[in-house]
Design a protein. Structure first.
Length: 102
């Protein structure tokens, strides 16, 4: 745990002190920026009572976006598996053809 660093981030006007791996700092800061930008966007576009409403909206947006990307990833994995299967069939067919020629 000694390789962790302490970073301070502000999300929705609140300060959070986190211990993270140095390699995760850029991703964390980028994520915090996206969250804060979305909060501002929702504040200007939608009616809300307080900051919790906007944070909840951002949470729903983030989760929905993540699910969409996960579904795409699963779909790509299925395609990759199918292509691998076709390649294996072609390899077998070529190997059989080479055996027949010998």
């Amino acid at each position: 745990m000694s390789d962790l660093i302490t970073v301070n981030v502000i999300v929705a006007d609140r300060n959070y002190r986190l211990k993270i791996s140095p390699s995760d700092e850029a991703v964390l800061r980028n994520t915090v920026q996206i969250i804060n930008d979305k909060i501002v966007e929702f504040k200007t576009q939608l009616a809300g009572k307080d900051m919790q409403d906007y944070v909840s909206m951002v949470l729903l947006w983030f989760a929905t976006t993540n699910v969409k990307h996960s579904e795409k990833f699963i779909s790509n994995k299925e395609i990759e598996t199918s292509l691998q299967h076709v390649q294996n069939l072609l390899d077998k067919a070529l190997a059989n053809k080479e055996e027949d020629e010998v």
